[in-house]
Design a protein around this ligand. Structure first.
Ligand SMILES: Nc1ncnc2c1ncn2[C@@H]1O[C@H](COP(=O)(O)OP(=O)(O)OP(=O)(O)O)[C@@H](O)[C@H]1O
Ligand SMILES: [Mg+2]
Length: 132
């Protein structure tokens, strides 16, 4: 059975908790353990932060949570500036840094991550995790 939840949120930090709460609700429903639920919430929060911070003037973004058997698929879609994925460099382990960690965190916590971005039209990040 495939079920999905779609949410459109204002591009403001105070609404990110709705995304995090929905993520924990769905992950809990699917039987993820507490640690994985925390990881999923963190990954979703980082994707939302990016949609809000880097996506420019658009004032909403969309989230989709899909339950597909034992796989949880989450998409975060914004209609902002986008960015050139080719130019993305993962953070340097030698260097202590405060920024530029979001995508790295998402990739470390989720099983699969796909990013599509076009300068001018926006960004879609699709991440998924399978229940152990
Ligand atoms: N939704 C997005 N729209 C436009 N650019 C994005 C988006 N998500 C990521 N980027 C680009 O990719 C870079 C890396 O994102 P990442 O989340 O890893 O780091 P950050 O947002 O700069 O810092 P941090 O997440 O640690 O606060 C960003 O600086 C930005 O240039
Ligand atoms: Mg970020």
């Amino acid at each position: 059975m495939r079920e999905s939840i779609n949410i459109s949120l204002p591009s403001k930090p105070e609404y990110v908790s709705i995304a995090r709460l929905t993520a924990s609700f769905v992950a809990n429903q699917m039987g993820f353990d507490i640690e994985s639920i925390e990881d999923i919430k963190l990954a979703v929060g980082e994707a939302c932060n990016n949609a809000i911070l880097h996506s420019g003037t658009d004032n909403t973004y969309n989230l989709e949570f899909v339950k597909e058997l034992d796989n949880l698929i989450i998409e975060v879609v914004d209609f902002g500036n986008g960015f050139n994925i080719e130019k993305y460099r993962k953070p340097d382990a030698e260097e202590l840094q405060e920024n530029g960690l979001g995508l790295f965190i998402i990739k470390s916590l989720m099983d699969e991550v796909q990013i599509e971005s076009n300068e001018g039209t926006g960004t879609k990040i699709k991440m998924s995790k399978i229940v152990e």
